[in-house]
Design a binder for this molecule. Structure first.
Ligand code: 9MR
Length: 386
């Protein structure tokens, strides 16, 4: 039976008071969600799950996994209920934009870390890990970078990475050092044609990671990319090319610590092959890399129009994906790109064609947990111990 949205309509304060008494109750309730996917949940159990005192942070942590989200200072300052939800649910905080190059170094050599500082301090004061990024990303470049002479660009990039990572030395759990460098199918090249490639050269990834590692040897250094998740020719091509890139990087002893798979999932029945994805992740792991799901959310491409049906489709997409990905022991955690659909880049980037607000995240715009929350909780609970 499909739970109706009214059944999840439990205010935050009430949910906390009506907590499930034991962990066993909680897991029993979750297992009804896991069995055959979210669609098979009994509505009664669902209520119990939603009443749980447990948070995504705790459920993940019980398996040695990290759960976190990306957000901005503005939202945390302006919206205390949202702030409380982030603090309760997340063990890791990642800036959505604040540490992109164009914000950090708006003109050459003039560094401004105040937005990243604020988020790093916020995380520290609330006992959350802080993950920096994205440092080197063609879409995050300041306009002035593209007019540099090639002879200067390498040094400027190296300085940028060094200054940024040094500034937070010892305070960042991780850094997305390089983001979205891989070319798409049909480009006829391994790397995207960007000012970074053109001005710094084909070894810009290597240079960036060496600089980051020298600046903070203790941080987990992440290479991050997208469109790797589905069993479609584009993603298959990119998985193959990414493995090639990681093999080269590994042979050249470039200090990459982890692969970030963005995981912007889509409903609508895109082909998905768990065995192929698992094989890809295990090859990444065999090269010695950790893996993190770095930007999870779900955009809606399916025919569903009712909120309950849409939420079920979204939750099922998350379930089938995370249930495969979390089987790989090298996966250390999951970051969602936002926490509540009150604030999501998908509202602009991938709006629904019927104009209904999107629901891509574990909480809806009223800060109530959705079936996506349950799908994530169930996947964490099902994962083996790290
Ligand atoms: O969510 C981010 C949005 O607020 C920004 O406008 C956009 C451009 O900077 O970047 C979004 O985040 C991206 C992330 O940094 C890298 N992967 C893709 C994300 C969505 O574009």
């Amino acid at each position: 039976m499909v739970p109706k949205s009214s059944e999840v309509d439990v205010p935050v304060e009430l949910r906390e008071r009506r907590g499930v008494s034991t962990r066993r109750d909680f897991v029993a309730a979750l297992s009804t969600v896991v069995a055959g996917g979210v669609a098979s949940s009994a509505a009664g159990s669902l209520k119990v799950v939603l009443a749980a005192e447990q948070t995504l942070r705790d459920i993940a942590a019980q398996k040695g996994l990290i759960y976190g989200c990306a957000t901005t200072q503005d939202r945390l300052v302006a919206d205390p209920a949202f702030e409380r939800l982030v603090v309760d649910q997340c063990g890791l905080l990642v800036p959505e934009n604040a540490l992109n190059w164009n914000y950090v170094e708006p003109s050459p050599g003039r560094f401004d870390f105040h937005m990243g500082e604020w988020l790093a301090n916020f995380a520290k004061d609330r006992h959350m890990k802080f993950g920096g990024g994205t440092i080197v990303w063609h879409q995050g470049l300041p306009a002035w970078f593209s007019s540099l002479a090639p002879a200067d660009a390498r040094q400027v990039m190296l300085q940028h990475v060094t200054q940024t990572v040094s500034h937070f030395r010892g305070r960042a759990f991780s850094w997305v050092v390089v983001n979205e460098a891989l070319a798409f199918r049909g480009a006829g090249a391994e790397l995207k044609d960007t000012p970074l490639l053109r001005l710094v050269g084909p070894d810009y990834i290597d240079v960036a990671f060496h600089a980051a590692s020298a600046a903070d040897p203790g941080a987990l250094l992440i290479y991050n990319d997208n469109h790797l998740e589905y069993d479609i020719p584009e993603d298959e091509y990119r998985r193959k090319n990414l493995l090639k890139l990681l093999r080269r990087i590994s042979n050249a002893k470039v200090p990459v610590g982890a692969l970030g798979i963005q995981s912007h999932l889509r409903t609508g029945g895109l082909p998905f092959d768990g065995a192929k994805l698992k094989d890809f992740l295990s090859q990444v792991s065999d090269l010695g890399y950790k893996i993190i799901v770095s930007e999870l959310d779900v955009s809606e491409k399916g025919p569903e129009t009712e909120v309950a049906d849409r939420d079920r489709a979204i939750a099922n997409e998350i379930s089938r994906y995370l249930n495969v990905v979390l089987q790989e022991k090298a996966v250390i955690g999951v970051v969602t790109w936002g926490l509540s659909s009150r604030y999501t880049w998908l509202a602009n980037y991938a709006p629904r064609s019927d104009g209904q607000p999107v629901r891509p995240l574990p909480y809806d715009s009223d800060l109530r947990p959705t079936q996506a929350w349950q799908a994530m909780a169930a996947a964490f609970d099902r994962a083996s111990q790290r």
